[in-house]
Design a protein around this ligand. Structure first.
Ligand code: FES
Length: 511
């Protein structure tokens, strides 16, 4: 075949069509692996997300190539209108129309994925399910319009792709049914109440039982929680935390530190802090195997993003989310851990991690090496994503050495943030409610939302846990929380109303 071959564009158009079909099918299969977390024991799903997006994007390019070459092919010689408008083609109009409809659906799926953070999640998800329709339409389009469908090569390819799509669809349906049954079993049904009323939402909790507990380091208690009556627990990703609703009325957040692939228990490590208001003390004094605890979550505001290399920096009990991240990475992934603490005796998991990963883990105990670490030397190369969790002194030392674009940090204690404008009354309106609320000076936005019966819940009320997250549709919030980077919140259009207020006199919230 040469460029002078009169059939060159036919070859290109056919090859690009078949490649696009294969890419779409693989993208759907990858999407199923992602949404069902089937591969989560192998790696964090970051690389799967990249691959899913890459395959989808490449399939659009191949489809565009297919359409352009259809117009260049001397035999078919379709016009732009015939390539874009269904039933205008003289050549197999129904088969071509199926391909055109599939193209528009594919653009809608890919386009909405690029702006998914700006779309309501249910809308985006519903649209994303159209991927199955795209692959189905493309299968019919390829089978009905191809001039080589009788060849052995085509038959092998077609049966493989259709088989893969069918298997992915069955897996997706089976997992959806299982998840829906589990979710239904957990729905809180309010007692019969004939009088309609507005009441603040209940945080959904599940009763869990302490299966094991005991000191794992000086002042640190390890706790293993299982579901009351057994069974699978909700899926979580490294960096997630749960809220324990303690019997003394306090609520406390603790990072999950076990293996994210393990669905039968949650592992926590709780540091006893004498200057706290009683949460960790209660846990240390009252929790024994058999204790039941109400637990909500998991929630995650410290997710492990895809990266070539990771540098983890943990200080003291800040090792807990980092340990889960390490557990989720495959052996081939490049990572290092710098674990800082007072002494090895007080550093949970220090011995275990150093023994399992002697080349990757560096323990810096200040009773052994009093000299401060120089983070500017440690955070190279530039491609490394840095994940840090620990006390404020460590966080600020790391923040001054790492560009914010590469730094992912989680705080247990809120940073002190001073509002840039004085506390003044703020008006709240809502996208799906005629209600308007005024937040008084001295009142928090969360207080006002709860007063108005809006479906939002708070837990820490200090801007740390992320439970009270709300979506902002208009107006400019003034972020005063410590949950995540302000730029990230602005990108996601969210705020944490337990501490944050507004730069504008009005906010429109998504309720
Ligand atoms: S309630 Fe914890 S961040 Fe608002």
């Amino acid at each position: 075949m040469s460029l002078n071959d009169p059939h060159i564009w036919w070859y290109v158009t056919r090859a690009s069509a078949l490649i696009a079909w294969a890419l779409m099918t693989l993208s759907v299969v990858w999407g199923v692996l992602l949404s069902t977390r089937i591969l989560r024991r192998v790696d964090n799903p970051g690389w799967l997300q990249d691959l899913h997006r890459f395959l989808g994007g490449l399939s659009v390019i191949m489809v565009l190539l297919h359409m352009v070459t259809l117009m260049l092919d001397g035999w078919l010689h379709l016009s732009l209108v015939q390539v874009l408008v269904p039933f205008t083609s003289d050549f197999k109009p129904i088969a071509v129309a199926l391909g055109i409809v599939a193209f528009y659906l594919l653009i809608a799926v890919q386009g909405s994925s690029m702006i998914m953070h700006r779309l309501p999640r249910t809308f985006w998800k519903g649209l994303h399910y159209a991927s199955y329709a795209v692959v189905l339409l493309v299968s019919f389009h390829a089978g009905l319009s191809g001039t080589d469908v009788g060849s052995l090569g085509y038959k092998i390819l077609a049966f493989s792709l259709i088989g893969l799509t069918a298997a992915a669809t069955v897996v997706r349906i089976a997992v959806t049914n299982r998840t829906t049954r589990a979710a239904k079993a957990e729905v809180w049904v309010p007692p019969h109440d004939p009088a309609p009323r507005i009441s603040p939402p209940r945080i959904q909790t599940r009763t869990m039982v302490v299966a094991e507990s005991g000191l794992i380091a000086e002042g640190v208690m390890g706790i293993r929680l299982v579901a009351l009556g057994g069974g699978l627990l909700p899926i979580w990703y490294p960096g997630a935390h749960v809220t324990l609703h303690l019997a003394n009325g306090l609520e406390r957040q603790y990072s999950l530190c076990g293996d994210p692939g393990e669905r039968h228990h949650y592992d926590l490590a709780v540091l006893r802090t004498e200057d706290s208001d009683g949460g960790s003390r209660w846990v240390h004094e009252s929790v024994v195997p058999g204790t039941t605890i109400e637990v909500s979550g998991p929630l995650n505001h410290f997710e492990l993003e895809p990266s070539r290399e990771y540098l983890f920096i943990a200080g003291g009990i800040g090792i807990t989310p980092i340990k889960a991240m390490i557990e989720s990475l495959p052996a081939i992934r490049e990572w290092r851990l710098i674990y800082v603490g007072r002494s090895r005796r007080s550093m949970a998991f220090a011995g275990e991690l150093a023994e399992r990963y002697p080349d990757r883990v560096r323990i810096h105990a200040s009773d052994e090496t009093p000299a401060q670490l120089d983070f500017t030397r440690l955070v190279t190369p530039d491609t490394t994503a840095v994940y840090c969790c620990g006390p404020e002194s460590l966080m600020s030392a790391v923040a001054s050495a790492v560009p914010s674009a590469r730094l992912h940090a989680e705080r247990f204690i809120p940073i002190e943030r001073v509002p840039s404008i004085p506390d003044q009354p703020l008006r709240l309106t809502f996208s799906r409610s005629p209600l308007a609320l005024t937040v008084g000076a001295g009142e928090t936005v969360l207080d006002a939302l709860e007063r108005g019966g809006m479906p939002v819940s708070g837990s820490c009320r200090k801007g740390v846990c992320g439970t009270c997250e709300v979506k902002v549709l208009a107006g400019t919030p003034e972020h005063l929380d410590s949950v995540m980077d302000d730029a990230e919140k602005d990108k996601l259009k969210i705020m944490y109303p337990c501490v944050s207020r507004a730069m504008t006199p009005e906010l429109v919230l998504d309720f």
